[in-house]
Each structure stands twice: as C-alpha cells, then as structure tokens.
Design a protein around this ligand. Sequence first.
Ligand code: NAG
Length: 349
Amino acid sequence: MNLGVVVTSVTCKLLTFGMAGSWFTTSSVFVVILSVLVLALVTLENTKHKGEVVEYRSRGWMRECVVWDEENKRFLVSNMEGGVGEIRLRDGDSAGGGLREETVVRDLEYLGNATVGLQIDPARNRLLAVITDSIGNRYSALAAYDLKTWKRLYFTKLSGPESITMANDVDLDPEGNAYVTDPKQNIIWKVSLDGSTVSVLSSPIFASQSSKLPFKGIGLNGIVYHPDGFLLVVHTFSGAIFKSSLDGGDVSVVNISSPMFMGDGLALLSPEKMVVVASLSTRLLESRDGWKSAQLTHRYVGPMHRLATTATIKDGKAFVNHMFGFGFGNGKHIITEAIFKSLGVPSYT
Ligand SMILES: *[C@@H]1O[C@H](CO)[C@@H](O)[C@H](O)[C@H]1NC(C)=O
C-alpha cells in the first residue's frame, strides 16, 4: 500500500468526524489539500519515463547541476550543501539500479556555501565549480579541481559580504577562461586560466529585459560557450537569451519565437541546437543565423515535481538533472534523458 492510499483513507475518516464542528472542518480541508498534493506527487513519481533514466541514491536532497565526464564514464553532481559527488556508471549498465553518489569534493575553504554550476575542462583534466551563499547571497567564488586526484588547482573569490551576489553557472572557452553568471547583478565574471585574474562583463542590455514576475529575483543564469567564439546566456525571470562577445563589448538579445521563461541550465547539442532547461519543461531552440534569432522547435516534459535544473550532453543526447531527491536517509535522485517532441515548426523539421 502506498502513502497516497493511507493518506486518503485517513482523510475520509477525518471528514466523517469533521461534520461535528468547525475546528474539524478546517483541519479536514487542510488534510484534503495535503492528501491531494501527496497523491499528485505519488502519481508523478510512478509515471514511467521514456528514454534512459539514471537513478541513484544519495545522502543529500538537493543537486543543482550535472555534468557528464566522458573520460571517466561518470556523472558529476553539485551539492547544495556544498561539495561535488560522482555517479560512476558500470560497464553495460548505464541505467541500471544500485548506483550511488560518492562524495569527491568537500572543501572546508567555503564551508556553509552551496556548490552550484559545474563544468568539465577535458583539455586540462579539471572540473570548475561555482561556490555561492545561496541563502544570504553574500559570497561567490569559483574553484578548480583536478579530475583524477581532486587536488584543488585554484580558488578565486568573486564577491564577498559587501554586495548581494549569487554566482550560478559556468562555462569556459578554449583558452581555459571561465565565465560565471551572477543572476543578482546581471553580470558575468571572467576568470583567467589559472584563476589569478577576474574581470567583469557587464552591459545595460543584460538588465534591459523586464521580469515576467512582479519582482526581479533571478537574472543571468545558464551560460554556454559557442564554438564560433561567443557566449549564450539565459535571463531566468524575463526568458530572454543574450549573445555576448567574450569581453562583453558586444551584447545583443537573441530574437526568439517564445521567451524561455524560468530558463535555467543551457547545453549545446550542436552549434545550431541548444537545450534550455526551464523548471517544468525542457526546450530545444534552433538557430540558422548564428544565434541572431532562434526558433523553439521541440519540448520535453520530465518528472516536474523534481524540478529540472540543468542538462549535460552524453553520447549526443541531452540528460536533465533534477533538483530534488525523495526519501529519507538515502534519497532517490534521477537524471533523465530528454526525449524531445517536435512542435511541428514547418521550416525546422
Ligand atoms: C562561504 O565561504 C566564505 C569563504 O570561506 C565564508 O567567509 C562565508 O562565511 C561562507 N558563507 C556561508 C553562508 O557560510
């Protein structure tokens, strides 16, 4: 018997009781709402997913970002409680059960902060990790670790208690410069190859798009380096996508067929196709003019209740990370392959 059934039967009993007085009526209404929520959760949880599903157990509840490490055949996930975990796939058992997250980074240098955006730098055998004070918004940093030994290669503070920041995502260019977004100030920090220098990419255009919500909140978020030598970055609350040169001197708004509202993680499937993960659904944007404009062509809806955050490319396919794990002690987390459905856009089949 699952939890939903138990809650429903308790609700019925309470409802019968509840007729007796108003206190009971109020609490009954509350229980009904609660059980509807639990039932919805259980239903969503039991829905079969198409495509590959990587299910793993973890001691933590919230995992913000995933990257696929092709060289070492593992996923790396960032821990909201701080640190990085690996999910190592076994031979011929990519989607099998019994996978566990093992902690590979737990760094005392920034204890109390969350680890959010991750990016692998395969050419230099290192992982870049964004560190941020996700609750107080008073600290942001970038760290680099050796992918084999997990020795820290650099640790660069981006901002301290003097300003409100919340560093989020990172990508890098072929020279090894890292680009880190700040959704609070709507800027991008550019960190040099060895972490020794930081410059700021800022443009009035980054803040020119109005929020679709009655408050500001989250601006520049997911970022990718495009092989033609520019950056693409999404603004979460407005749904705008920006194209920026590597020094921030040339920024434009990509003309898209529909806003990518709540857009979070970005990943390039090819130079013309970009995956945009947006909380409740994941979209595919295609551009035929070097990202002056782009068309929404496909959509994928996964386990919504787990909240999709970011995507990574494995074997030419997009895999979506979900923020929330469920269960006590050893919560279950899932990374799902995005099976895109065409939206039937005529010129982009
Ligand atoms: C984040 O790390 C910095 C650097 O060690 C530290 O000063 C700050 O207190 C930490 N923030 C939180 C919320 O623990």
